[in-house]
Design a protein around this ligand. Sequence first.
Ligand code: MG
Length: 255
Amino acid sequence: MTIQTEKEREDLIEGGKRLAAVLSALGAKVAPGVTTEELDDLAEQLIRAGGDEPCFLGYTPEGAHRPYPATLCVSINDEVVHGIPNESVRKLKEGDIVGLDLGLRHNGVIVDAAITVPVGQVDDETTKLLRATEAALARGIAAALPGNHVGDISQAIQKEIEGAGFSVVKELGGHGVGEHVHEEPFIPNYGRTGQGELLTEGMVLALEPISTAGKASVVLAPDGYTFRTKDGSRSAHFEHTILLEKGGARIVTAA
Ligand code: MG
């Protein structure tokens, strides 16, 4: 989506603020013993209480064989993204990490964001993975300037994650957002500066570095949604929706 009116801009910013509040509440609920289904129920309840709609529920992404059955994606440890919280319900354990990926539609405008949260105390390597992936998101956002190219974002993210000794998942990445859950351009988390589509003022993008502590390969589970690392290593994921403005990117889903 490219923002063209003040009304669209206001709806985007308000939607982002609401999504950030819901994600913060979900993050605060994460604790040993909490189930994935409880998190999903809370996400749906909070979104609807604000008068908005979950936008993953019932959405069929390109290549999927059925609509996504939940509000929230919950991906634990070696689950990379798109874990389904309300089918095989799982209980969080001390030392786990849990990725929470959520989108909502506010006045017709879609926003998308994700965090990965430690459950209680996690080991040092895991903490390092989380920090590097969050830092990669910040680097990507800093590179998202009108006049730059998609490859500038990709390269910034890749450099941060690989520089910390981790791997970038190649099959998954960021995307345009706003009117639909997934729009052009695809934003790989690896690439070269100056390559890919030109970034212009008003573009709405979801940037989402996805990293692994081991090798980069992922496999899709028989449920058709859950990606896992092939080697069983842990994976982290952070995402913000951003609006490209003259001086730089505005983080729409900032907490
Ligand atoms: Mg996304």
